[in-house]
Design a protein around this ligand. Structure first.
Ligand SMILES: *[C@@H]1O[C@H](CO)[C@@H](O)[C@H](O)[C@H]1NC(C)=O
Ligand SMILES: *[C@@H]1O[C@H](CO)[C@@H](O)[C@H](O)[C@H]1NC(C)=O
Ligand SMILES: *[C@@H]1O[C@H](CO)[C@@H](O)[C@H](O)[C@H]1NC(C)=O
Ligand SMILES: *[C@@H]1O[C@H](CO)[C@@H](O)[C@H](O)[C@H]1NC(C)=O
Length: 208
């Protein structure tokens, strides 16, 4: 079960509105599949639109430019309807990151949303083959709602499609480096803050 406690204002029920979906005459949601190439950014307390990176451990991180030296900048190919897995490839034009990355192009993004456990709190990451993802991993159901990244909650039996966002960032020993987590029940976690993932970069304001 995905809980909705940390979702204030972001929960979207299929009956009211559906990410990238329209209703047909029977009221069923028809998803329009579109594939886009994007970069993803995390927003939260002290995290004002920082890019998501792959570590050399193939786990997902949020980092400032200064802390990204050992990470791989990634470009995402996303299916906005949630049908296909989201994949990444190294962005080789990004200069601040690890240029000798071994990230397999086309690696699949996953979260661990273990349906057998309500309290899973685990780092998101990338696998070259979806079958080698950790137990409880989810590799599909990621959708966009406007610029927001949401995840389809298919454990709801009501027939409605529900979308949730339970991404969190946990501080690491390195300043400006956070592990990107999925927090199944949204409960408070040590050294961690909820983050929103968006396909839009922060607006840069110049102080004159
Ligand atoms: C945000 O940054 C400030 C200043 O560094 C710090 O005092 C505060 O604890 C941080 N808040 C969180 C939630 O990390
Ligand atoms: C990158 O890795 C090197 C070698 O392991 C380490 O000395 C350095 O502190 C790391 N830089 C960052 C920003 O983590
Ligand atoms: C790759 O990284 C560069 C430098 O950060 C950035 O300007 C560019 O938009 C990125 N390209 C893609 C397709 O993500
Ligand atoms: C850069 O990535 C390669 C391949 O993943 C890894 O072996 C190496 O340790 C990384 N370099 C740093 C400084 O983290």
């Amino acid at each position: 079960m995905l809980s909705t406690t940390a979702l204030v204002g972001l929960l979207v029920a299929g009956a009211a509105a559906s990410p990238s979906g329209i209703h047909d005459r029977t009221g069923r949601i028809v998803h329009k599949r579109t594939t886009e190439t994007v970069e993803l950014y995390a927003y939260g307390t002290n995290i004002s639109g920082l890019a998501i990176y792959a570590g050399s451990d193939n786990l997902a991180y949020v980092a400032t430019d200064d802390a990204a030296a050992n990470l791989t900048a990634v470009t995402w190919t996303i299916d906005t309807s949630g049908t296909d897995a989201w994949t990444v490839a190294a962005n080789t034009t990004a200069s601040t990151t690890n240029s000798s990355s071994s990230l397999t192009s086309g690696s699949t993004f996953y979260i661990v949303s273990d349906s057998t456990s309500d309290d899973s709190f685990a780092q998101a990451g990338f696998v070259s083959d979806a079958s080698s993802a950790p137990t409880g991993a989810t590799t599909t159901g990621f959708v966009t709602y406007g610029p927001f990244v949401m995840v389809l909650d298919d454990t709801d039996d009501s027939g409605k499609e529900t979308y949730v966002s339970e991404f969190w960032a946990t501080e690491t020993d390195t300043d400006g480096l956070w592990a990107l987590m999925w927090n199944e029940d949204g409960s408070a976690q040590d050294n961690s803050v909820p983050v929103t993932l968006k396909t839009t970069a922060p607006v840069e304001t110049e102080l004159l």
